[in-house]
Design a protein around this ligand. Structure first.
Ligand SMILES: CCCCC/C=C\C/C=C\C/C=C\C/C=C\C/C=C\CCC(=O)SCCNC(=O)CCNC(=O)[C@H](O)C(C)(C)COP(=O)(O)OP(=O)(O)OC[C@H]1O[C@@H](n2cnc3c(N)ncnc32)[C@H](O)[C@@H]1OP(=O)(O)O
Ligand SMILES: Cc1cc2nc3c(=O)[nH]c(=O)nc-3n(C[C@H](O)[C@H](O)[C@H](O)COP(=O)(O)OP(=O)(O)OC[C@H]3O[C@@H](n4cnc5c(N)ncnc54)[C@H](O)[C@@H]3O)c2cc1C
Length: 609
C-alpha cells in the first residue's frame, strides 16, 4: 500500500475495532487483545493509552466529568503532545508557552521558536480533534515549568485546524509499512487561546485572579501517564519477542544444512549448539519478560492505589522499575528480533518471513516513552540515592531490599562448586545480587571522589547505565524464580519453565561475564561451570523447543510468516509468495525494451564487429 492507502486502511480497521468493542461488547482486557490482533499502530493507541489516562490522572473531578464521557464515546479523539522538535527527553526543557491572561480568563498557547513546534505525537498529524498539550505555564511573567492542558485542535464539523493552529504529518518513518500507519504529527500555536478551566488542575492550579497554587503532592505525578505506558510496554516486549522466537524456532526445526554422510538426511539447524546458544536465551527471554510484565502490572496497580490514598512512598521505586524494565526489555527485544532474522539465514531477510516488518514496527519502542539510555540513568539515580542511604537506618525496600544485606553481599564468595549448583535458585540470586550491588557501590564510591556530584554523574554515565542494567536483570531473574516457586499446573510444565529460567540467568552471566568477574561475584572456574550447565539445559530444552513456542498460541495469520508456519510447509509456500510478487506478473519485465534490450543489442553489435 502507499502511505495514504495504509493510513486510510488503518482508519478503517480502527473504526471497525471500535465498533466490535461496543457491539460485542468487549472488556478492557479483550479490547487490548483485539489491539494486538489488529497489529498496527494507530490513533486509538494514543487516545486510549495516553490521552484518556492523562485526563484521568491529572484532571480535576469537574474536568473528568466534562471530558471523559466525550473521550470514552470517542466523540472527541485525543493524543498526547509532549515532545517538541528541539526537546523530547528533557521534558523540563520544553518551550511551548501557556501564558495566563487575567483579562480574558484564558491561556494563550504559543510556539515561540521553530524548535518549540510539537513534533512526533502519534494521532496528531491527521486524526485527533483534541490533545493534551504540555507547555510552560506563565502567570504574571513568572515561569512555573511544564503543565498539561486540554486543547481542541480541529473544527468538529469539517476537521479543519482551528485558527492559530498549524498542523500536519511529520513524514515517512523507518521501514515499509510498519509505523507508517500512524500519523505522527507536528503542531505550532500562534497565540491560540483556551479557557482557564482547560489546564489540567488536579495537581496545581491557576485561580481566576491569575494566582498560581502549586501542587501539594509530588509534581512527578504529572509524569504518571508515561509510567503507565512504560508498564504496558514491558508486556508488549514479551509478545514481540515471542513472535520472533516462534518464527525462528519453527524454521530452525524445518531448515537442514550439512551433516549428512553419503547423501543421507542433513542436520536440522536447531540441533547446532551455536543455533541453540543464540535462540534458546531469546525463547527464555520471551517467557521471562512475560512474568516480569505480570509482576510490573501488579506493582503499578499497587502504587496507583497508594497514590489515591495520598501515599507517595513507593512512587520512586515504581518510576525506577517501569523506566528500567521498559528500557531493558525493549532493547533486548529489538536485538532479539534482529537475531531471529539472522537465525533464519537468507530467508529471514525476505519480507514474507515476517521478521523485517516486526523489527521495523518494534524498534522505535527503544526511543518512544523515553530513550532507553535516558531511562536507565533514572534507575541509576535511584540506585545512587539508595546506596547513599545505606546505614542511615532507612532499610531499602521492594526491588532494592537486597541492598539491605550490603555487608554480606559485598564480601561473600559464591559457593558454586559443580555445574548443578547453577540450578540452585538461592545461589543464582545471590550471584546476581552481589554483581548488581557491587556495581552500584563502585559507582557510588567513584562519584564520591568528585566535589561536584552532578559533574561526577556526567563523567560516570556509562558505568551508571551498566549498574542500572545489572539491577534490572536481577529483577527479571528474581521474578522468574518467584514464578517458579508459585503454583504452576503440571510438573512437566514446571520443569520446562525451570530450564528456561536458568537458561535466562546463565546466558546473562555468560554475556556479562566481565561484570561478574570484575566484581568477584564469581570466579572463572564458576563461569565455566555455568557454561557447562547452560549447554546441558539447551539439550533438555531442544526436544520441547517447538512445543514451547506453540504454547504462545499464535495463529499463522497473526504471525504473518512463511518461515514460522505451524505446519512447517515452508518451501512450497516460499514459492507461492514469490510468484505473488508484482515483478512476476509478466515474464519480461517492464523496462526491458527501454534499458536491457538496447544494452544487449549494443554488445551483440560490437561482438559482430
Ligand atoms: C509488535 C508487537 C507490538 C504489539 C503492540 C500491541 C499492542 C500495543 C497496545 C497498546 C500500545 C501500548 C502502548 C503504546 C502507546 C503509545 C506508545 C506510542 C508512543 C509513545 C508516546 C511517547 O513517546 S510520549 C513522550 C514520552 N516522553 C518521554 O518519555 C520523555 C522522557 N523524559 C522523562 O520522562 C523525564 O524528563 C526524565 C525522567 C528523563 C527527567 O525528568 P526531570 O523532570 O528532568 O527529572 P529529574 O530532574 O531527572 O528528576 C526529578 C525527580 O523526578 C523523578 N521522576 C522523573 N520521572 C518520574 C516519573 N515518571 N514518575 C515519578 N518520578 C519521576 C526523578 O526520579 C527525580 O527524583 P528525585 O528528585 O527523587 O531524584
Ligand atoms: C514512533 C514514535 C512515536 C512517538 N510518539 C510520541 C507521542 O505520541 N507523543 C510524544 O509527545 N512524543 C512521542 N514520541 C517522541 C519520543 O517520546 C521521544 O523521541 C523520546 O522521548 C526521545 O526523545 P528525543 O527524541 O528528544 O531524543 P534525544 O533526547 O534527543 O536523544 C538523542 C540521543 O541523546 C542521548 N541523550 C539524551 N539525553 C541524554 C542524557 N541526559 N544523558 C545521556 N544521553 C542522553 C540519547 O540516549 C540518544 O542517544 C514518539 C517517538 C517515536 C519514535
Amino acid at each position: 500500500m502507499t502511505r495514504k492507502e495504509l493510513f486510510k486502511n488503518t482508519l478503517r480497521k480502527s473504526v471497525h475495532a471500535w465498533k466490535l468493542i461496543n457491539e460485542l461488547p468487549l472488556s478492557d482486557d479483550e479490547s487490548l487483545m483485539l489491539r494486538h490482533f489488529m497489529d498496527q499502530p494507530g490513533f486509538l493507541d494514543l487516545h486510549w493509552r495516553m490521552f484518556v489516562p492523562a485526563i484521568k490522572g491529572q484532571g480535576t473531578e469537574e474536568q473528568k466529568q466534562k471530558w471523559l464521557p466525550l473521550a470514552n464515546k470517542m466523540q472527541i479523539i485525543g493524543c498526547y503532545a509532549q515532545t517538541e522538535l528541539g526537546h523530547g527527553s528533557n521534558v523540563q526543557g520544553l518551550e511551548t508557552t501557556a501564558t495566563f491572561d487575567p483579562q480574558t480568563d484564558q491561556f494563550i498557547l504559543h510556539s515561540p521558536t521553530q524548535t518549540s513546534s510539537k513534533w512526533w505525537p502519534g494521532g496528531l498529524g491527521k486524526v485527533s480533534t483534541h490533545a493534551v498539550i504540555y507547555a510552560r505555564l506563565i502567570t504574571d511573567g513568572k515561569d512555573h515549568g511544564v503543565h498539561g492542558f486540554i486543547v481542541q485542535l480541529r473544527n468538529m464539523d469539517d476537521h479543519s485546524p482551528l485558527p492559530g493552529i498549524t498542523i500536519g504529518d511529520i513524514g515517512v518513518k523507518f521501514g515499509n509499512g510498519a509505523y507508517n500507519s500512524m500519523d505522527n504529527g507536528f503542531l505550532m500555536f500562534d497565540k491560540f487561546c483556551i479557557p482557564r478551566d482547560q489546564m489540567l488542575m488536579r495537581l496545581s492550579k491557576v485561580t481566576r485572579e491569575g494566582k498560581y497554587v502549586p501542587s501539594d503532592v509530588p509534581r512527578q505525578l504529572m509524569y504518571g501517564t508515561m509510567v503507565s505506558v512504560r508498564q504496558t510496554i514491558v508486556s508488549n516486549a514479551s509478545i514481540a519477542m515471542a513472535r520472533a522466537v516462534c518464527i525462528a524456532t519453527r524454521y530452525s526445526a524445518v531448515r537442514r544444512q550439512f551433516g549428512s554422510q553419503n547423501g543421507g538426511i542433513e542436520t536440522q539447524v536447531i540441533d547446532y549448539k551455536t543455533q541453540q546458544n543464540r535462540l534458546f536465551p531469546l525463547l527464555a527471554s520471551a517467557y521471562a519478560f512475560r512474568f516480569v510484565g505480570e509482576w510490573l502490572k501488579w506493582l503499578y496497580t499497587d502504587v496507583t492505589q497508594r497514590l489515591e490514598a495520598s501515599d507517595f512512598a513507593t512512587l520512586p521505586e515504581a518510576h525506577a522499575c517501569t523506566a528500567g524494565l521498559k528500557s531493558m526489555t525493549t532493547s533486548a527485544t529489538s536485538d532479539g528480533i534482529e537475531e531471529c532474522r539472522k537465525l533464519c539465514g537468507g530467508h529471514g531477510y525476505l519480507w514474507c518471513s515476517g521478521l523485517p516488518e516486526l523489527f521495523a514496527v518494534y524498534v522505535p519502542a527503544c526511543t518512544y516513552e523515553g530513550d532507553n539510555v535516558v531511562l536507565q540513568l533514572q534507575v541509576a539515580r535511584f540506585l545512587m540515592k539508595t546506596v547513599s542511604q545505606l546505614g542511615s537506618g532507612k532499610a531499602p525496600a521492594g526491588t532494592t531490599a537486597y541492598m539491605g544485606r550490603a555487608k554480606h553481599l559485598l564480601q561473600c564468595r559464591s559457593s558454586i562448586r559443580k555445574a548443578e549448583d547453577w540450578l540452585n535458585p538461592a545461589m543464582v540470586l545471590e550471584t546476581f545480587e552481589a554483581r548488581a550491588l557491587r556495581m552500584a557501590v563502585s559507582c557510588a564510591n567513584n562519584l564520591s571522589k568528585f566535589e561536584n556530584q552532578e559533574q561526577g554523574f556526567s563523567e560516570l554515565l556509562a558505568d551508571l547505565v551498566e549498574a542500572a542494567i545489572a539491577h534490572c536483570q536481577l529483577i527479571v531473574v528474581s521474578k522468574f524464580i518467584v514464578k517458579l516457586e508459585g503454583e504452576i499446573k503440571g510438573k512437566g510444565v514446571k520443569n520446562q519453565l525451570k530450564n528456561l529460567c536458568y537458561i535466562y540467568a546463565l546466558h546473562l552471566i555468560h554475556k556479562h561475564l566481565g561484570d561478574f568477574l570484575s566484581t568477584n561475584s564469581i570466579t572463572s572456574e564458576q563461569a565455566s561451570l555455568a557454561n557447562h550447565q547452560l549447554r546441558s539445559l539447551y539439550t533438555q530444552v531442544r526436544p520441547n523447543a517447538v512445543a514451547l513456542v506453540d504454547a504462545f498460541d499464535y495463529t499463522d495469520h497473526y504471525l504473518g510468516s512463511v518461515l514460522g508456519r505451524y505446519d512447517g510447509n515452508v518451501y512450497p509456500k516460499l514459492f507461492e509468495e514469490a510468484l505473488k510478487d508484482p515483478l512476476n506478473d509478466t515474464v519480461v519485465p517492464d523496462g526491458y525494451h527501454e534499458y536491457i534490450r538496447p544494452l544487449i543489442k549494443q554488445h551483440l553489435r560490437s561482438a559482430r564487429l
